[in-house]
Design a protein around this ligand. Structure first.
Ligand code: SF4
Ligand code: SF4
Length: 410
């Protein structure tokens, strides 16, 4: 089935009841603008776009913001009586816009991210210098998700200062000449970068303590998985890129991949097998490998579940199990199938929207208990980090790990 047909199939079941808008974070954050909501902004506009495409062979300008502002949180699917996923509608609509939506319906920031990823194997063209370690056929794969957060923070601040038009203009220049990004000698936000590096080190530490042997590529040797390419609808580029990543892993003799964040886990389990010619790797999430570890359980915490786990993958495994061994866990009212997004996916293109969503979620998490707020995704961490209370699960678990008694010899 092609993208347009899939879009028709997903959107035509809508009975226009509006239930989806009661849970749509962007509808509320935009001040209830129909164009930014699940029904009016995604499903109805997608139908209109499909009609135009079929009748005229092209689409009018003005569709981009409705689809690019969707957080892909899939909260709408949980309440839709007709089983429509307005998030999936947005994903497919973006692919239609990229393939033939015309220049006015493209985001130059999207073009820039794609060109940088294809050239430098990470979405911001950074030159990473952390070292690799280990060998063997099991790869600890962070996909540079933690390591890019400090750079994203700086880019988001720049986007806020420049405004949308100037950002798009400059992104268009970098998209045409990606080497310019290296001349800027970008530096990450130091605080975010320090915390994210601490997370990566904590993940490695926990795996070693659990007896898991792994190889870590480090620096610019570790490719980004291409999440933005897929999410922004650049399916052709994503296919090429994902195949090149897998070819590289195969040449290294990799058979098993340990992922460290929900976006990469979802992408490798659900998108890679559809786009990669032969996806024959075993994929595991690092928190599912820590069952041998024991933790001190002397603290109460509030847990923000990543929507990619709960709503995309219906998965509540390792993070819940490990955290409940290490703390008394409180969940905010909107959790499980009702979980509310952190706003992170909108950070770069719609920072004001992302800020409003994250403020609402942070308030809810703060009111759910007095303890620290635990996240299990670098994007959630970066977007919700509004106080010292917010801590990545890897850092928390490392802190709570019980010290094993050393046995002294005779
Ligand atoms: S909840 Fe489902 S059927 Fe109702 S308006 Fe939203 S997409 Fe349409
Ligand atoms: S996926 Fe999330 S942001 Fe997008 S339409 Fe559905 S509820 Fe709204």
């Amino acid at each position: 089935m092609n993208v347009l047909e899939e879009l028709v199939k997903e959107s035509e079941r809508c009975i226009s009841c509006g239930f989806c808008e009661s849970v749509c974070p962007t509808y509320r954050a935009s001040g209830y603008r129909a164009a930014m909501g699940a029904r009016g902004g995604r499903v109805i506009i997608a139908r209109e776009m499909v009609r135009e495409k079929r009748e005229k062979g092209s689409v009018s300008p003005g569709y981009a913001n409705s689809f690019y502002s969707c957080l892909d949180c899939f909260a709408c699917l949980q309440v839709c009586p007709a089983g429509v996923n307005a998030g999936r509608v947005s994903e497919l609509a973006r692919a239609v816009l990229v393939e033939g939506g015309g220049r006015e319906n493209r985001k130059r920031v999207g073009d820039m991210v794609v060109r940088l990823t294809m050239r430098y194997r990470n979405p911001i063209g950074a030159d990473f210098s952390d070292e690799g370690e280990g060998d063997g056929d099991t790869l600890l794969y962070t996909g540079r998700m933690y390591q890019t957060m400090g750079y994203s923070k700086v880019l988001v601040e720049l986007r806020k200062r420049l405004g949308e038009k100037a950002t798009e203009r400059n992104a268009g220049i970098v998209a045409r000449m990606p080497f310019l990004i290296r001349l800027l000698r970008q530096r990450p936000d130091e605080e975010v970068d320090r915390e994210m590096q601490a997370s990566v080190e904590s993940i490695k530490f926990l795996l070693r303590e659990a007896g898991v042997k792994f190889r870590f590529l480090g620096g610019s040797s570790e490719p980004y998985p291409g999440t933005f390419l897929y999410d922004l609808g650049y399916y052709g580029e994503f296919r090429t890129y994902a195949n090149s990543v897998c070819d590289e892993f195969r040449k290294m003799g990799i058979r098993r991949i340990i992922v460290t964040d929900p976006h990469t886990y979802d992408l490798l389990l659900n998108a890679y097998p559809k786009f990669v010619d032969r996806f024959d790797f075993e994929v595991t999430y690092y928190l599912d490998l820590l069952s041998a570890l024991e933790f001190e359980q002397d603290e109460e915490v509030v847990f923000h579940e990543p929507c990619h786990f709960v709503l995309h993958m219906d998965y509540r495994g390792g993070a819940h199990i490990a955290l409940s061994k290490a703390a008394r866990v409180k969940l905010p009212p909107r959790s499980g199938r009702n979980v509310f997004c952190c706003g992170g996916p909108d950070e770069l293109l719609f920072p004001e929207m992302a800020e409003k969503v994250s403020e609402e979620r942070y308030r809810e998490l703060s009111e759910a208990g007095n303890g620290r707020i635990i996240t299990a995704c670098p994007i959630c961490f970066s977007n919700l980090k509004k106080s010292e209370r917010v801590v990545d699960i890897s850092v928390f678990l490392k802190e709570k790990l019980k010290v094993r008694a050393t046995v002294s010899g005779p």
